[in-house]
Design a protein around this ligand. Structure first.
Ligand code: NIG
Ligand code: FE
Length: 403
């Protein structure tokens, strides 16, 4: 029998597998890795008598799945600190968007941004997430809104894989109406469906399609057209839903069997039931809630009661959530949205993997899954949502290799 590549012993493991114990806990356990996969894990007393090329004893440390940030707009040009300042003086996000600021101002900055600059500024944000234990990230396009710039953004996102984080790329062409289609949003949707989405899909640059359903963005009808196109190309969908008003976004997402519906501050009971029925993940974005000084909370208890999976993400973007910390997203989800620390950790591991359609390989520590593992200096995993700004990551393994 061949030896294992790596054996980690004498650790506590929060597997986050749904095995009936809190955090899927294995006390005093060990975990073996071969060829980038978890090949054995369990209590030390059950460890098979088998050799490994390398053995690391880690008493006092905890293993969790590497964290997953399942909703970001991490690639963008410039920033919108001036808008943040305007909001502090009383302007609303919608006012700013209607005055030509908001998403469209980042579109202009991203179109103008040299690809190397775009890569360097995006990498800095990505590394902030990685140093907190993030091993997988989703990155959306949507600040190009034309074929050339959407491709530029997605290529930058692909290149960021060189930093050892795995990147899921999503097409968000329907993020805002670009200046050249002002007052002609139907034609813009047609352009996306007929030209941009098929071309970007042919280039193999995306795994999913997202859209922004809101009065200041696109109507349910327009999004239906885009989603029909996405499904016809074999691409799963997801939706920015009910963030600033109830536009039945959750129901729309559920109708298309979306991987996730995201934000959900204004989602009705009908929307919650639709999500439950479609087994669509609710992605909660407390960074945007906080940054917009929002007061309407997502229907957390209703989602919980209906058994809807809840993920938590940074929504890292220059307008509504300049958040490059998944740990802070967890703390905010707990303190602001009343998620338990266990729900927060599940939200950035197991449920985030589900939101990316990646449950076969990621999100829990189980035999056969990818060896994406965070090693922590903590006494209990509830600390991961508790501390603000304390660096407790001891190591990060992606596909069995440290970074
Ligand atoms: O997730 N809601 C729309 N999209 C982003 C905001 C992007 C921006 O303001 O630049 C969000 O909050
Ligand atoms: Fe977003």
């Amino acid at each position: 029998m061949t030896e294992w590549d790596l054996l980690i012993t004498d650790v506590d493991i929060a597997t986050m597998a749904n095995n009936g114990t809190p955090y899927g806990l294995i006390k005093n356990g060990s975990l073996a890795i071969s060829e980038g996969l978890i090949v054995w894990l369990g209590p030390m007393k059950d460890l098979p008598n088998k050799t490994a090329k390398e053995t690391l004893s880690m008493p006092g440390k905890w293993l969790t799945p590497a964290l997953i940030d399942c909703h970001t707009h991490l690639v963008f040009g410039g920033n919108r600190a001036w808008e943040f300042e305007a909001r502090a003086k009383g302007k609303s996000y919608v006012d700013i968007a209607n005055e030509g600021g908001g998403i469209v101002s980042t579109v202009n900055a991203t179109r103008d941004c040299d690809i190397n600059v775009l890569t360097d500024t995006s990498r800095a944000r990505l590394l902030s997430l990685r140093q907190e234990g993030v091993g997988t990230i989703e990155i959306k396009s949507g600040y190009g809104l034309d074929l050339e710039t959407e491709i530029k953004m997605l290529k930058v996102a692909s290149n960021l894989e060189n930093e050892g984080i795995s990147v899921h790329k999503t097409f968000l062409g329907a993020h805002a109406i670009p200046p050249e289609y002002k007052n002609n949003s139907d034609s813009y949707i047609q352009y996306l469906c007929e030209e941009v989405l098929p071309e970007i899909n042919n280039l193999g640059l995306i795994e999913a399609v997202d859209a922004y359903c809101e009065k200041i963005a696109f109507s349910n009808n327009q999004i239906e057209k885009l989603f029909e196109k996405a499904i016809s190309l074999g691409l799963p969908v997801k939706l920015h839903a009910d963030q600033l008003s109830n536009s039945n976004g959750a129901k729309l997402a559920a109708d298309f069997n979306a991987l996730s519906a995201d934000h959900l501050e204004y989602t009705s009971m009908e929307g919650v039931h639709a999500l439950a029925e479609a087994d669509c993940v609710a992605v909660l974005l407390p960074g945007a809630f906080m940054t917009l000084r929002e007061t309407q909370l997502p229907p957390i208890q209703e989602l919980r009661n209906s058994g809807v999976s809840m993920a938590v993400a940074t929504d890292c973007n220059p307008g509504t959530s300049p958040l490059c910390s998944i740990r802070l997203a967890m703390t905010l989800a707990s303190n602001t949205f009343n998620l338990t620390p266990e729900e927060c950790l599940a939200g950035v591991t197991r449920e985030a993997a589900k939101a990316l359609g990646a449950t076969n390989t990621k999100g829990t520590l189980e035999q056969g899954k990818q060896a994406d593992i965070a090693v922590w200096d903590i006494n209990h995993p509830n600390e991961l949502s508790y501390w603000l700004g304390l660096d407790q990551l001891s190591a990060l393994y992606i596909k069995g290799k440290t970074h």
